[in-house]
Design a protein around this ligand. Structure first.
Ligand SMILES: C=C(O[C@@H]1C=C(C(=O)O)C=C[C@H]1O)C(=O)O
Ligand SMILES: [Mg+2]
Length: 463
């Protein structure tokens, strides 16, 4: 193999990354299972892996190892920090000729100002990584890149070692016996603070009736216990089998693993075209086609669900009007039907203005009223006051951005945090004036289903 190409012109800027240089090399490989590649990193990169697949299945991304980590703990500048640190790092890329861009993957916490006790000990307020080994499967072709970000002058020996390691990983992913995944044994299940959750719905509807807010999203958490520690690859394998129409994501941080199958796009940017999805308002799937259509039509015409939805459309359109020169918003929602649930859905499209980028949109969109509420600040303080947990990365942006500025973020719902022999599952719903604790509680069970099905622990009497 050749040496990585070194560019002669060293780049300088004033960022604190000035001392780093960013070496990359990409090869095309035979199409391989992305999960097998993730699994191949089990021994040496556990705790430093991620997985992503879009619902269209046209883009799959796996990262093994950390070439560089970007984190932030202060709430004010966390989006700006990630944006500017990534931009500075990209300016230091030595091998300019890459046909696959280096990618930064990670997420933000939902609300850094929420001071409730948190089980998310390994997840700072922003947590992103450039992987050492990056697998991209795009348009049916598979590419593996090595990333080395270093201050050292002589990178040749290190790069050679990484090439050997890459070849081992490819070999393992292609020829190892597929691991036989079994659902772990669930030994316990607890709805944490169920009563406080139910009474919080009452309190919040009261606050809304008193006109202190229009909509507030309230969520709750369900804990499952297992007889042994759960493996990240097996959890991903189960969701990928069972939730084919959603974004699949997984993010390891040391021994904690956050994963999920979300239908909700926060925002995607490709060649400066931006796309967001308003998703709010829910009803279950029907057992027959007729029942399913009946439920869908009721949802399309239901006053309470339409109002939950409209707050999201108005807010996302407003943010798009700031960052986009042209925007397109359909007048009425459609239905998005996923395996367990149907939602009201409105896509919003626009063309990015000069000077705006993907992270600006993520910063201004998060949280939309689909997961926060309206008005945003009142909703956030009501969530801090009434919600019975700390959301961590649940309901927050998770996704990727490349060196060109293309990328996509989803809203991390229908998700769970694995922590040793425990899993914490999250679900919530938009509370408006005419919400009731009973129907919101029922809606959360439907939203827990993707994770319950993946992990086990679903009781047969749950509708
Ligand atoms: C809060 C969740 O989902 C959100 C709330 C919805 C609702 O209340 O109708 C619908 C889709 C999501 O925007 C969740 O899945 O936990
Ligand atoms: Mg709802």
């Amino acid at each position: 193999m050749n040496r990585p190409q070194y560019s002669s012109a060293e780049k300088q800027d004033n960022s604190r990354y000035v001392a780093y240089r960013f070496y990359t090399e990409t090869i095309e490989v035979n199409r391989m299972s992305a999960l097998a590649f993730f699994e191949a990193g089990e021994t040496f990169y556990k705790g430093k892996r991620f997985f992503w697949q879009n619902p269209e299945k046209t883009f799959t991304l796996v990262g093994l190892g950390h070439a560089h980590v970007l984190t932030a703990s202060n709430h004010q500048g966390r989006f700006e920090d990630v944006k500017s640190n990534w931009q500075s790092l990209c300016k230091q890329i030595v091998n300019e000729e890459h046909f696959v861009e280096p990618i930064l993957f990670g997420g933000f916490s939902f609300d850094p100002l929420n001071k409730s006790k948190s089980i998310w000990r390994e997840f700072p307020e922003a947590y992103f990584a450039v992987p050492t080994f990056q697998l991209v499967i795009k348009n049916d072709r598979a590419y593996i890149s090595i990333h080395l970000i270093t201050k050292k002058e002589d990178t040749f020996p290190e790069f050679e070692a990484l090439r050997k390691e890459r070849d081992k990983l490819i070999h393992a992913a292609q020829v190892s016996e597929p691991v036989a995944y079994k659902k772990p044994e669930v030994t316990g299940r607890e709805e944490l603070k169920k009563d406080s959750y139910l009474s919080s719905i009452d309190k919040v509807t009261g606050v809304i009736k008193a006109k202190q807010a229009d909509k507030v999203v309230i969520a709750r958490v369900l804990r499952l216990d297992f007889d042994k520690s759960l493996s990240s690859s097996s959890a991903l394998y189960q969701v990928s089998k069972e939730q084919p129409e959603s974004f699949l994501f997984g993010l390891e941080s040391e021994e904690q693993f956050f994963f999920g199958a979300t239908p909700e796009r926060l925002v995607k940017v490709e060649d400066r075209q931006a796309l967001s999805t308003c998703l709010a308002g829910s009803t279950p799937r029907g057992k027959t086609v007729e029942k399913d259509n009946e439920l869908g039509n009721e949802l399309l015409n239901d006053r309470k669900n339409r109002s939950e939805h409209q707050y999201v459309v108005d807010m996302i359109s407003k943010v798009f009007s700031i960052h986009c020169s042209e925007q397109f918003v359909p007048k009425k929602p459609k239905l998005m039907k996923v395996r367990d649930i149907q939602h009201l859905y409105t896509p919003v499209e626009g063309e990015l203005k000069q000077g705006s980028n993907l992270i600006d949109l993520v910063r201004d969109l998060h949280p939309t009223p689909a997961l926060g509420g309206e008005p945003r600040q009142s909703a956030l303080s009501l969530i801090r006051q009434y919600e019975t947990m700390n959301r961590g990365f649940y309901a927050a942006p998770i996704g990727w951005i490349d060196a060109k500025g293309d990328g996509e973020f989803a809203v991390a719902i229908r998700s769970a945090l694995l922590d040793g022999k425990e899993a914490y599952l999250y679900a919530g719903g938009g509370i408006v004036e005419d919400s009731t604790p009973e129907s919101e509680y029922a809606e959360t069970w439907v939203k827990f289903r993707p994770m319950l099905r993946a992990l086990g622990g679903q009781l047969s009497d749950e509708s």
